[in-house]
Design a protein around this ligand. Structure first.
Ligand SMILES: *[C@@H]1O[C@H](CO)[C@@H](O)[C@H](O)[C@H]1NC(C)=O
Ligand SMILES: *[C@@H]1O[C@H](CO)[C@@H](O)[C@H](O)[C@H]1NC(C)=O
Ligand SMILES: *[C@@H]1O[C@H](CO)[C@@H](O)[C@H](O)[C@H]1NC(C)=O
Length: 381
């Protein structure tokens, strides 16, 4: 029995020693520590855990306490072998409580981001095929480019504007070889300073120019792991507030019930300039539609890599001309709820999905925003 060794972190706890009485039945824990068999609720380290977790001890810890079960005296319920000098307990696989609560202040900030997920009037496209296609000017005004300190092409990742001060991106984009030195908002065509339509040779319908912001803080998720791409999400705090404009606007996050309860097989948009470490697919912002798949589809494709509920697997089931958004960019859907139409971000582009022009489409893997919403709300100010 490996209950208290190996994978579990060791917590040194200063418990009062148990005072033995004659009637106590001595016992050994599965790891060979001496203890007494008493009601779990009398055991000091259990009492402490109950206090620490405000009576809501995570199931994984409860299960391990249960492993200490012993045959107590008649009438004693839930008897466990309570170690005399407990120096162990059970962290590691437990979501720290600090990462699982919704911060009311952060939630208030998200609630106040209204309207969100709105495109420039007139930028609606009627036809959305699965093929990568050009966006219209201002169709997705929350799209962001991250600018790096490098001698070559400076844009290596994407992101999305979620409040007037924060950009959401992938954690792996913040640990890239170069430093992030700025964020570009309101971009459409990287080749032109003014993004305009032309009519009879005249420029019309110009978007205001893009804007660049400096960085105040970069906050990757503390549980991000590069080798599994778990928790591949990060927040970037801009050095000053963004004034929203028609071509610079935030996207919604899934904070209302309707956005949380979407169908499993929901289809999503991705968008980007095809920005990767290797190159750029396009100077104009592109979009594509991807269909959500069971995680097993990604597990199978990526050699049984560790995928958990903090991942979303999605694939474009047709051969595409352009196939991926930007790393760190949003995975989002159109929420028709209540006759108001708004775009809601559901994921962050993590990796995969780039087999352009190859028959078999590679599934893309996305970090699930819903699962990391508590952490987001804790880091928005
Ligand atoms: C923010 O950063 C930008 C770009 O680096 C800079 O031009 C601007 O002055 C900075 N604003 C503040 C308030 O520091
Ligand atoms: C994944 O694991 C299963 C079960 O262990 C195995 O049958 C399958 O071949 C593995 N797939 C890959 C791609 O390694
Ligand atoms: C949906 O619309 C109804 C009636 O217009 C309104 O009372 C309600 O608050 C709306 N719900 C949301 C989530 O916007």
């Amino acid at each position: 029995m490996q209950l208290f060794t190996g994978i579990f972190a060791v917590l040194l706890l200063a418990f009062p020693s148990l005072v033995l009485t004659e009637s106590d039945i001595s016992c050994y824990t599965p790891t060979g520590e001496e203890g007494i068999c008493i009601s779990a609720k009398q055991c000091p380290f259990v009492i402490d855990l109950l206090k620490q977790y405000n009576d809501k001890v995570p199931r994984i810890i409860q299960n391990q306490i249960r492993e200490l079960a012993c045959d107590g005296e008649e009438g004693v319920r839930f008897a466990i072998c309570c170690p005399n000098t407990p120096k162990v307990i059970l962290e590691e696989h437990v979501e720290p409580q600090s990462l699982s609560f919704i911060d009311p202040k952060g939630m208030e900030i998200l609630d106040s981001v209204t309207p969100c997920g709105q495109r420039i009037p007139g930028a609606e496209s009627l036809i959305v095929g699965s093929y990568g296609e050009l966006t219209r000017k201002g169709e997705f005004p929350w799209m962001v480019l991250l600018k790096y300190e490098t001698s070559g092409r400076p844009f290596l990742c994407g992101g999305s504007l979620i409040t007037n001060r924060f950009v959401l991106t992938a954690a792996h984009c913040t640990t890239a070889p170069a430093n992030i030195i700025g964020v570009r908002l309101g971009e459409h065509n990287l080749d032109t300073d003014n993004d305009c339509s032309t009519w009879l040779g005249y420029k019309t319908d110009c978007l205001p120019p893009y804007e660049e912001f400096g960085i105040e803080d970069i906050r990757p998720h503390p549980k991000f792991e590069r080798h599994t791409n778990s928790y591949d999400i990060a927040l970037i705090k801009l050095n000053q507030s963004v004034t929203f404009k028609p071509h610079i606007r935030p996207i919604c996050l899934p904070i209302d019930k309707e956005s949380k309860d979407i169908a499993f097989d929901q289809s999503f948009y991705i968008a980007g300039w095809g920005t990767t470490e290797k190159g750029m697919a396009s100077h104009i912002l592109l979009k594509a539609v991807v269909e959500r798949q069971h995680l097993d589809v990604c597990r199978k494709y990526y050699n049984n890599a560790t995928f958990t509920e903090n991942h979303i697997c999605a694939v474009n089931d047709r051969k595409q001309e352009t196939c991926r958004g930007d790393s760190g960019g949003p995975l989002f859907f159109l929420n028709h709820f209540n006759k108001t139409i708004s775009f809601v971000q559901y994921g962050v582009i993590s990796f995969g999905g780039q087999s352009c022009g190859i028959n078999e489409n590679q599934p893309g893997v996305f970090a699930s925003v819903l699962d990391m919403l508590p952490w987001i709300t804790q880091n928005l100010y």
